[in-house]
Design a binder for this molecule. Sequence first.
Ligand code: FAD
Length: 685
Amino acid sequence: MLTKKLPRLHSFKALVSRRSSQRARQQYDVVVVGGGHAGTEAAAAAARVGAETLLVTQKIQTIGALSCNPSLGGVGKGQLVKEVDALDGLCGRAGDWAGIHFSILNRRKGPAVWGPRAQLDRSRYREFIQSELLSTPRLTVLEGSVEELLVEEPDPEEPGHHRVTGIRLANSSQKISASSLVLTTGTFLSGSLFVGQTSSPGGRIGDAPSSAGLSHTLRERLGLRVGRLRTGTPPRIVKESVDLSLAEVHLPDSNPAPFSFLNTRTRCKPEEQLPCHLTYTTPGVERVVKESFHLNCHIQQDTKGPRYCPSIESRVLRFPGRQHQVWLEPEGLTADLLYPQGLSMTMPPELQLRLIREIPALHRAEIHTPGYGVQYDFVCPTQLSPALQVKSTQGLFLAGQINGTTGYEEAAAQGLWAGVNAGRQALSMPPVALSRTESYIGVLIDDLVSRGVTEPYRMFTSRAEFRTSLRPDNADLRLTLKGFEEVGCVSSRRYQEAVRVRDSLHKAMAALQALALSPSNWRKTLPDIRMSEAKGATLNGMEVLRYSDMSFEKLASCYPEILSPYMEFAQRLKIEAVYRPHCDLQKKEIERIQREENMSLPQDMDYFSLPASLSLEVREILDRVRPSTLGAASRLQGITPAAIVHLLNYVRQTSQKDKRAKRKQPHQKEQSEEEGSVRKASVTR
Ligand code: FAD
C-alpha cells in the first residue's frame, strides 16, 4: 500500500546549482527539443523507459510555463490528464500540486464524460515540473536553442527515407548525437506575434521563435508538408482594478478531487481554494470589435485559428448580437492578475482597454499585458506513424502543437507517447501503439495520423466512440498495467498500487455479485429502494447498485461484514455498476470484430448506401480503397472501430437478405412454372 502523501519539492536553489553543474555529453539515446508540455512529458517518459535523455530548451526558467490559460483538464482534456498520469506522466501530479480551484465539469451528465479541471497557480505548476525533471534519473536538461537537425542522407535503395543522427545548437558549432529525436517546438516554429497592425518574430511573448534553420531542415531537407495555424491569448488584467461584485461567483468543489491516481488529496486545502467569476460581454464590446477590424491584421488573415477557443473578434463576427461569457480566473494563489477567459484578442492595446471597459465588472480595469496572437508552422501529422515517428525519417518523433493540436493536455499526451517510442527505438525495442478502444490518447493520435488537421485540434469526449469504457475513473486500470508490463514507462511503485486497486475492485464486485436476493428481500433490508418486481427473479448487489438512488455506502451499511473493506472504492464501484452492462456489450462488439477479421467484403459493394450514421469521409475512404476483408478495412487510416461495427452489421444483414432472397428464388421459379403450366392448361382447355 502506498503512503499517499504529496511529495516534497526539491529546493529550487539546489536545482539551479545542479542545473549549472550539468554538462551535456556529446551522445545521448534520445534528445528532446523544447521544454513545453509535450517536451517535458517526452523527456521524462524516454528516461523512464531507460534511455539516456537530453532535454534542450531555450530557457530553463520557462520549462512547464502555461502560455495561455492557467488551467488544466476539462471535458475530454481531463481524461487525457488522467491517462498521462496513469502512464506515470507529470501533468496530473503537477495539477494536484498547483491547483487552486478544482471542479468536475459536466457533472449533470454521466461520470464517463465528467471533466476534471483545475485552475492553477502558474508558478507552482512550473516549480513542480522543473523539480520533477531536474531530479529524474537518466535525464539531463540543457539550456540552448537547437538550430539544425543532423540528418543522414537517404539510402539509395530507399529513396526519400532519411535518418536523424543528432542536433546542432544555435550560435555554436556544438553537435550532439542521438539515436532518436523528439521535436516539440510548440508555437515557436517560424512563429510571428501579432498585436494590432504590428507583427514581430516570436514563439510566445518574451520568447524568440525557433530558428529558421529548423524549419528549413523540416521543409527542404526532409521534404515534410508544413502548414500554418494561429492562436491568441487575452490581455492580463490587474485584479485590484476589477469590480468582482458585479460578476457571478463560482465556487470550487468543496471536496477537490485530485487528478493523480497516486494522490488522495490536493496540495491546496478545500478552504484555501479561490473562486472564479463569470460575467458577460455587452453591445459595447461588439461595437469596439467592429470599429477595430481594419486595425487588426491577425484576424484578417486566412490562417485557421482554434474553433473551440476563439478570439472575441471571431465570436462577435460569427454570432453578432449575442452575449458571450467571460470568466475572470485567478492566475495564482497570491497573484495580482486575473485571466479573462473568452477575451482573447489581437486589436491594438488602446482598443483592448476600451473593449474590456465596456464590461461592467471591468469598467475601471487596467491591463497588465495586452492580448496578442501567434502564427506558427505545424507539420501535417498524416506524415507520422501511430508511434508519432515521421514515416520518412527514422528516429524523428514529433509531439504537441507542432502536430497541429492546441492545448496543454493534448501536447502532454502526445509528448509522453512520442517519448516512450523514441526511448524504445533508441534501446532497440519495437514501437508501441495505443488503440482508440483503450484510451483517449489512442483516439487523439489516431485522429491526427489518419485524418490530419485543418484547424487547431482539441480533444472532446464525442471524439471517442468507446467513451463509456474510457472513463476518467478507470484510466489506471486501462493503462497503468499495460504501461508497466508492455511499455516500460511505469514505475513498479505505481504498478503495485494499480494491481492492489484492480484486485480489490475485483473482490468487491465478486462480493456484490454473490449478494443475490429477491426484490422483496432487498426491500426488507433497504425499505426506501424503488425496485421493479419480476416474479421469481433475484437481483445481485451490482444490479442494485445501478439504481440511481442507491449508493455503495448504503449497501455497505446493511452488509458491513462483506462490504466495509471496500469503502475506499465506493464511488468507483458505483460507476462500474452503472456502466458495466454497456461496457460488456462494447467489449463483445470489439471481440466480434476481432473474430470476423477475415470476413470478405463484396468488391461491388455500394459504400454510399451504408447507414447515414457513418460519416461521408468514412464512406469515401472505403469506396476508394475497396478493402477485401473486414480486417483490412479496420487498418485503413481514418476508419474508426465504430465504423467497422456498422460495416460488419451492414454486411451481415445484406448477406442474410441475399440468402433469404436466394432461398425464395427457386421456389418462385417453381411457382411461376406451375402458374405457367396452369395457365397453359387453361388455355388448352
Ligand atoms: P509549448 O508549450 O509552446 O513549448 C514549446 C517549447 O519549445 C518552449 O519551451 C520553447 O522554448 C521550446 N523551443 C522552441 N523551439 C526551440 C528550439 N529550436 N530549441 C530549443 N527549444 C525550443 N491552448 C489552448 O488550449 N487554448 C488556447 O486558447 C491557447 N492559446 C494560446 C495562445 C498563445 C499566445 C500561445 C503561445 C499558446 C496558446 N495555447 C492555447 C496553446 C498552449 O500553450 C499549447 O497548446 C501548449 O503549450 C503546447 O505545448 P507544446 O509543448 O507543444 O509547446
